[in-house]
Design a protein around this ligand. Structure first.
Ligand code: SF4
Ligand code: SF4
Length: 449
């Protein structure tokens, strides 16, 4: 495992501390500082037309972060709340619902299916995925996953079906979909109308995306789900979203957006930047800027938001009802915001949970979330000589113990590297965990630095 010494880590932390107030994260704070948008504000929900003529709400419901009982992480999903959220979304014009067999520990499809089954089948479009990135990749296993999705969702046909998380590797694509005959089967299902639209979700390089695009002539992708937001548009570590978008647009493949808030990082931009955003659009949340940016491009069919709480849903309805695309000048402003955000060394974790379970029990996303939150809130001491060192130290350690049970903390990572290949953001997870653990130890032992 790559070793990062204490000095470089602290230097890293120090750089963040200097501007700690600039960016804050945390899904729950999507609407902080402003009143949630009103869904019954002027105008109606913005709709876009799919390649096959479906009228799709520009705001789509992402089913990755459904609420749990008492909001306890890892607890059972709260079906009553989910029903309420789904009803409210439908009532206010949202008609696209996205899920996957692997979301919420395999329980999300069933929960969404129960909520949607209480409504007429023609009042919504449902999207789910072939998440066969683990396991043996046999045809039988894939078929079972597909049939299970239909049964969980209580539908005879799936409106939008995706090959989940392609990375552009030919080898992986061939193993998962070609050699086992699974893609031929799914194409036949599309032909038979049990899959109405066939596409894929993507995390990878431009070269990998070019390969998937080169298959369009053969398979006729109807749509694709990609990560798109005002940071990834031109400042992605891997592949700029502007490139993905333009490649799809020129082929007439509709784009669905994931991570418009970059795992919550763009939900609450504090400090000077936040003030500027609020000054430019008083009463609009900081998150609404990110959603407007994503929805402004004409080939975007739908922008997914994993809405856990009613306040998220209402705020987003406010953005997509009477939708106002970003002007060119606003896009330039957001590019400046992106550059400012990138000065701060947050870990690019979107809390997708794909790296879990870790065999050694490490709760990777919660650890990264705590670290990012502390960076953003200025709770990371830059040196033991800081005037408020004792207070910050206490806040960091107390918050860590509260957010991550001791048996699941970074110290339990043995560096087996198993999680790295599962992370769509290509984070060097063990290295980051090791750095955080070293820092925690320094704080715990009250060493000077
Ligand atoms: S590298 Fe660490 S966090 Fe990742 S799977 Fe191994 S023990 Fe778990
Ligand atoms: S570390 Fe990677 S895989 Fe794990 S939750 Fe974060 S983004 Fe997802």
């Amino acid at each position: 495992m790559e070793k990062i010494d204490r000095r470089s880590f602290l230097k890293h932390i120090g750089a963040a501390g200097a501007g700690a107030a600039l960016v804050a994260t945390g899904c729950k704070s999507q609407t902080s500082g402003v009143k949630a948008g009103k869904p019954d504000s002027e105008g109606t929900m913005e709709y876009r037309t799919s390649g096959r003529g479906d009228k799709i709400s520009l705001l789509g419901y992402g089913g990755m972060r459904f609420p749990t009982i008492d909001n306890v992480r890892g607890a059972e999903l709260d079906q009553e709340q989910i029903n309420h959220l789904v009803d409210y979304a439908l009532e206010h014009g949202v008609n696209y619902f996205d899920t996957a067999p692997v979301y919420s520990g395999g329980k999300a499809e069933g929960a969404l299916g129960r909520a949607l089954a209480r409504h007429p089948r023609d009042s919504y479009f449902v999207a789910t995925k072939m998440s066969n990135f683990r396991g043996s990749h046999t045809f039988e296993e894939g078929l079972e996953m597909y049939q299970h999705s239909r049964s969980e969702l209580q539908v005879d046909y799936i409106d939008y079906y995706l090959l989940h998380s392609l990375d552009g590797s030919r080898e992986s694509f061939n193993t998962r979909f070609i050699e086992n005959g699974l893609l031929d089967y799914l194409l036949a299902e599309r032909e038979a109308g049990r899959i109405r639209n066939l596409g894929f979700s993507f995390h990878g390089s431009a070269e990998g995306f070019d390969y998937i695009m080169s298959l369009h002539e053969q398979y006729h992708w109807d749509f694709a789900l990609v990560q798109l937001n005002y940071i990834d548009w031109n400042h992605s570590d891997e592949c700029n979203a502007s490139y993905l978008y333009s490649e799809m647009e020129k082929r007439g493949i509709k784009t669905v957006v994931m991570e418009p808030l970059l795992g919550g990082r763009l939900a609450n931009v504090a400090g000077m930047v936040s003030s500027q955003m609020l000054e430019r659009r008083p009463g609009s949340s900081v998150a609404s800027w990110a959603f407007r940016f994503a929805g402004s491009h004409p080939n975007i069919m739908c922008v997914l938001s994993g809405m856990t709480y009613m306040e998220h849903l209402q705020d987003n309805l406010g953005t997509f009802t009477g939708f106002e695309p970003c002007t060119e000048e606003e896009n330039e402003f957001l590019d400046g915001v992106a550059k400012a955000i990138l000065q701060y060394p947050l870990i690019n974790c979107t809390m997708c949970n794909y790296c879990l379970p870790c065999e050694f029990g490490v709760d990777i996303p919660s650890i990264f979330n705590h670290y990012n939150k502390c960076i953003n809130e200025g709770l990371v001491p830059e040196s033991s000589g800081d005037s408020d060192y004792r207070k910050l130290r206490r806040a960091f350690l107390k918050g860590y113990d509260k957010s991550v049970p001791s048996l699941r903390q970074a110290s339990h990572c043995i560096g087996c590297m198993e999680c790295i290949k599962k992370c769509p953001q290509k984070i060097n997870i063990p290295t980051q965990l090791h750095r955080i653990d070293e820092y925690v130890e320094i704080l715990k032992q009250q060493k000077e630095f």
